[in-house]
Ligand binder design. Structure first.
Ligand code: ZN
Length: 122
């Protein structure tokens, strides 16, 4: 399905592989948090208004924006905190992820210019 949408470039496929591994790690982290150490759901047992609220995750230094399609193809690289890189279509990324994505041809955001921040201004 959607075979024609998949990239054939090996570097871009590596970027996708890395992105998907990050997504899988995040799903596993959320599952572990939801199930707690005893393997039972914690969210249902503890009312939302009790106990300390979890701190929001630190803002990522780099962000990869993905498209709305099922493939969630990377469509732009941003610096963390860029106002154009918020919402469910963004993925926190490491410096290496950002460099790899840019090297694979994913466009740099014109507003926050991650390529210049990374010293990759091509
Ligand atoms: Zn940006």
């Amino acid at each position: 399905m959607y075979e024609h949408l998949w990239p054939t470039d090996t570097h871009l496929l590596r970027v996708l592989e890395r992105y998907l591994s990050l997504q899988l790690a995040e799903v596993r982290r959320r599952l572990a948090a939801a199930e707690g150490a005893a393997g039972r759901p914690v969210a249902a047992a503890v009312p939302a208004s009790t106990g300390p609220r979890p701190r929001p995750a630190a803002a990522a230094e780099w962000v990869i924006q993905v498209d709305v399609g099922r493939t969630r193809r990377p469509i732009a690289v941003h610096r963390g905190g860029c106002p154009d890189a918020r919402g469910p279509r963004t993925v926190p990324a490491t410096r290496r992820d950002a460099v790899d994505a840019l090297a694979a041809g994913v466009p740099a955001c014109l507003h926050c210019a991650p390529d210049r921040a990374l010293g990759l201004d091509l």
